[in-house]
Design a protein around this ligand. Sequence first.
Ligand SMILES: CC(=O)c1c[nH]c2ccccc12
Length: 116
Amino acid sequence: ALELKLTPVLMLLRSTLDQLQEKDTAKIFTQPVNLSEVPDYLEFISQPMDFSTMRTKMEGHAYCSVADIEKDFDLMISNCLKYNSKDTMFHKAALQLREVGGAILRHAHRQSQSIG
Ligand SMILES: CC(=O)c1c[nH]c2ccccc12
């Protein structure tokens, strides 16, 4: 939506989300975990999160700070670390994304301080 493009803070949030998603090279966080393919998922995970859901929230003005994005990003990563055992590609990808995402979010926090 037009207004999302104009506000500097919201531009920063959109760009931060783009940068985080770009690092999900295996694209395991693009869409919600498919509950028909993974019927026991909700027995372990009470609040699923993924990048498409974060984008919908973004367009719905649910995020107004970098901290808001960071909260859902951390939820998405911790869900994956909880559900998938250590020896899986998913678990390893989540650990890697947590590291590289942390640097992206720290930089976004600094930028948002200068935007004000
Ligand atoms: C992100 C995540 O946990 C998953 C992403 N795709 C999946 C398929 C089966 C089980 C878990 C997942």
